[in-house]
Structures are given as C-alpha cells and as structure tokens.
Design a protein around this ligand. Structure first.
Ligand code: ZN
Ligand code: FE
Length: 256
C-alpha cells in the first residue's frame, strides 16, 4: 500500500470536495465533482494532476463538474452501476462489494441506498478511509429522497461495521444543525455534549467539522444509535426495532 494524501475543500453552498492523491503512481481522484472551478482551484493549490473522478450519486451538486473536468483532463470516471442512466460520462460502473485497485490500494465499493437508490460509497481499505457521499454525515444522515427508512438503516449498518478508526469524509457541512437536532433526542450523551462544543467552536472560526470517524459517529450520531436505551426512552420506543427507531429519528429530523 501507499499512504494516500487527502485534500478537502468547501464549495457551492455547503458541499465538500476531496482530492485523493497517490504519490507513488502520481494518480489523483476527485471524489464527486461538485464544482469544476473549485476542483480546478484545489488541483492548482496542491499541484496534483487529475486522473479519476469517483461519483457517489447522481445529484446535481455531486456531478456538475464532470463534463468540464473530463474535457480538460480526460480523466477516468467511475460511478454507480444503478445510476448509469442518470449520470453522463461514466467510463466504468460499480456495485456493492466490487473491489479494484487504485495504485497499490484496494478500493471497496459499499452500496448505501436510501438518499438515492443507487448511491455508492468508496472505502479505501489499507488507508482505512471511507467516502460516504450523502449517506452518512457528521451527526446525521441523508434525506430519504428515493429509498425508505429500512433501506437507509441497512446502509448505516454496513458503515457501522467498518473499524472505529475509519476516517469518514462526506458530501456536506451540515454538522451544526445535525448536532442541534441530535441534542434534542440524546441530550444527556456526554460525548455528544463535548462534541457540540468543539463543533460550535470550529464553525465560529469558519473551519470544517470534517472528516470524522466511524467511532465518533457510533458514539454521538443518533442515526447510528437507534439501539441506545436512552434515545429509545426519549422517543417512547423502548421495545421497537432498530429500523423503526431509525425511521422515527429520520422523520423527526425532516420535521424539525
Ligand atoms: Zn445528494
Ligand atoms: Fe448533496
């Protein structure tokens, strides 16, 4: 394996782009293409040469830059098999469990339907880093535009199985609002309270709250904690299934 370098930058309203660079092979991935200009600026800043785009899902704020970047770099574009009709310019399509090499590193595809039906996440196995698109956010999860609660809960469970140390990059800076909601149903969680202080401080300074880790999310993100007895009590759902509790949390967040 080689130690990959990650460069995160904000763009659009509240999106994040990330470049992934492999010094050994000289290859560089843009995770999604939220904004051509912002990706170009990040490339100029790092001096890296774009060779790939890995697309998580078809939404406009994740694919808008693809055509322009393809024009300039003739990069190889990889994306979800199940959204092939919705994303133009894909050179290669992937589905759940597919594994391939990027330089010397293994990339495993994890399908995480819910926000969209075809959403895929990219897990860099040796570097223990996952790109969750709009599935898992810091202290939150994506809205259920295409799937339902059962589907999204299954997707969250898959991510929860990754090692706690796994570094998580996601598509948006929604952490503060997510955290305020999290506090409304899990107010006595001390790890959440401590994290909220950190987050408020970072945002005050205009700094990103990402990346996060799977362990941090397991400890503080209510969407990963439907089995927690205090959350269940607070929701009046002590005997319900994890899936039902998850779905209730998602519904409350939608209406918050
Ligand atoms: Zn989206
Ligand atoms: Fe998005």
């Amino acid at each position: 394996m080689s130690k990959l370098q990650f460069h995160q930058f904000s763009c659009r309203e509240d999106n994040y782009g990330v470049l992934v660079y492999d010094r050994e092979s000289g290859k560089c991935i843009s995770i999604d293409a939220p904004d051509e200009g912002a990706v170009l600026a990040a490339l100029a800043e790092t001096g890296w040469q774009l060779s790939h785009i890995f697309v998580t899902h078809w939404h406009f704020d994740h694919v808008e830059g693809i055509a322009g970047l393809k024009d300039k770099f003739n990069c190889h574009i990889v994306g979800p098999k199940q959204e092939v009709g919705k994303i133009s310019g894909l050179d290669e399509t992937l589905g759940d469990g597919d594994e391939f090499k990027f330089g010397n590193d293994t990339v495993r595809v994890i399908a995480t339907p819910g926000h969209t039906l075809g959403m895929i996440n990219f897990y860099f196995v040796e570097n223990d880093t996952v790109f969750t698109g709009d599935t898992l956010f810091a202290l939150g999860c994506g809205r259920l535009f295409e799937g339902d609660g059962a589907m999204m809960w299954e997707s969250m469970r898959k991510l929860a199985e990754l090692p706690r140390e796994t570094v998580v990059y996601c598509g948006h800076e929604y952490t503060l609002a997510n955290g305020q909601f999290a506090m409304s149903i899990d107010p006595d969680n001390e790890k959440l309270q401590a994290r909220m202080k950190l987050i408020a401080d970072l945002r005050k300074k205009g700094k990103p709250t990402l990346p996060t880790t799977i362990g941090e999310e397991l400890d503080t993100n209510p969407f990963m904690r439907p089995d927690d007895s205090t959350i269940r009590e607070n929701l009046g759902m002590v005997g319900a299934s994890d899936e039902a509790v998850f779905t209730e949390i998602r519904t409350r967040k939608d209406n918050a």
